[in-house]
Design a protein around this ligand. Structure first.
Ligand code: AMP
Ligand code: GLY
Length: 429
């Protein structure tokens, strides 16, 4: 392939996921100049960071036009749900991700539940309410535990699992009356509590067809043993040994293909990544949630294992010819352990210098930056709750886990906190 085929690429976002996307793009034979807006101190080693926020659609589109960007890849949910793809397309710019009318799959839980009900996609039984009194009355006869979900985006924190009636009522008041998650809580979904193992499955879609990536599992709670508050994700592994061939066969037919077809039937053609949050229940796999983008930190264990040229995959999705490709993964495993600031997700300090970053070879060991920035002397400082995602590859999951934990010791910063049991379940497989 000659250099004429190279395109300049812009990635939108600033977390570990976008760092993983940038690294995958950098490996592509199609990648020309790579930019990331706004990026972070780690992404700056791979891409030129551009000081434009992810929600500044017109400024981003101006930048794309001025810098001859041939492809923009949107990593985050907020801009996708807010319609960044529509803005870019209206200006004739090529962009990977769903339009707003399709990103609603993540943007509104009431929408996604209704879609699943209408098209017979397995999920928890539920009711939707726009009136707090009606929701409170419904709770009186509901089975416990019960799950409350704010309809809109709430940084992954809009889900409450309530064990008592009092807790559930308090939850409804917090979401609908106190508006803890703002307008995201104008509508509430109350759903049946499911038990089972969770699996994250990311997929590529071109509007008509869908191909999944290798499975992964996240660890959402802040503390060891799945205790403490929900976070954006404290660590992941891929593949999930619980995602068997039998589970896959069921999900392909009953969940993935049905979802893409349902969106097409609704006139909401889906191009981009669909992230299926699945619960493997005794009655079979069910959808917990959809997301309209790569998972974070799922991308940090899935993308380093992908064999395909990611830019070719993005282009095939945009052009509706994904079925010409076969998405393939290395026969290995990856584990990611998040290094957070002590106190995350409730309250934490930032601005501490980070050392030990030079040992990562980006072949077997990766240090994806989630919340970092440059200090005045060019030093790298902590700048968020989740600071780094340390990923290691291994021939199998236990080997990858051992290496990932070893590599977490290479890095030092004040108030460094990690879970010590990422992938513990793997010992029992
Ligand atoms: P969500 O943002 O919908 O994925 O919810 C966040 C987390 O809450 C999930 O990863 C699950 O651990 C949990 N959760 C959500 N819905 C349910 C449910 N119906 N039953 C049990 N746990 C749930
Ligand atoms: N790791 C869960 C998410 O990206 O939503």
């Amino acid at each position: 392939m000659n250099s004429k085929d190279k395109i300049n690429i812009l990635v939108v976002g600033s977390g570990g996921r976008e760092h993983a996307i940038c690294l995958a793009i950098q490996k592509s034979s199609r990648a020309g100049k790579l930019y990331c807006a706004p990026g972070n101190a780690g992404i700056a080693a791979v891409a030129e960071c551009v000081d434009i926020g992810a929600m500044e659609f017109e400024k981003l589109a101006d930048f794309a036009q001025e810098n001859e960007i041939g492809l923009t890849v949107v990593g985050m949910d907020d801009p996708l749900v807010g319609g960044i793809v529509d803005v870019f397309e209206a200006r004739g710019l090529r962009v990977f991700g769903p339009r707003a009318n399709a990103a609603i799959l993540e943007g509104s839980k009431a929408f996604s539940k209704e879609l699943m009900k209408k098209y017979g996609i397995p999920t928890a039984a539920y009711e939707t309410f726009t009136d707090a009194d009606a929701a409170l009355a419904y709770l009186e006869s509901a089975k416990l535990p019960i799950v409350l979900k704010a309809d809109g985006l709430a940084l992954g924190k809009g889900v409450l699992i309530c064990n008592t009636l009092e807790e559930a009522k308090e939850g409804v008041r917090t979401i609908m009356l106190d508006k803890k998650f703002g307008d995201a809580g104008n509508t509430i979904v109350i759903e049946e509590f499911m038990t089972g193992r969770e699996v994250s499955v990311l997929s590529f879609c071109d509007g008509k067809s869908i191909q999944i990536m290798s499975s992964a599992q996240d660890h959402k709670r802040a503390g060891d043993g799945d205790t403490g508050p929900n976070t954006g994700g404290m660590g992941t592994f891929s593949p999930s040994p619980f995602y068997t061939g039998e589970v896959d066969a069921f999900c392909q037919k009953e969940i993935y293909e049905k979802t893409v077809a349902a969106m097409q039937s609704e006139g909401r053609e889906y191009k981009g990544v669909i992230f299926f949050g699945l619960m493997l229940t005794e009655e079979g796999p069910k959808v917990l949630e959809y997301n309209c983008r790569f998972g974070d930190p799922e991308a940090q264990v899935v993308l380093p294992r992908m064999k395909n040229d990611i830019v070719e995959v993005f282009e095939a999705c945009i052009d509706g010819r994904l079925s010409e490709l076969k998405i393939e993964f290395e026969d290995n495993a990856a584990v990611c352990v998040v290094l957070a600031s002590e106190g995350y997700p409730v309250s934490y300090e930032k601005g501490f210098p980070i050392s030990g970053l030079e040992r990562f070879d980006e072949k077997q060991y990766f240090c994806f930056h989630a919340g970092t920035k440059f200090g005045e002397q060019g030093e790298i400082l902590t700048n968020g709750g989740r600071v780094l995602g340390v990923t290691a590859l291994g021939s199998d999951l236990l080997a990858a886990r051992k290496e990932a934990y070893a590599a977490t010791e290479w890095v030092q910063f004040a108030n460094k906190y990690k879970r010590s049991d990422i992938g513990k379940a793997l010992e029992e497989v």
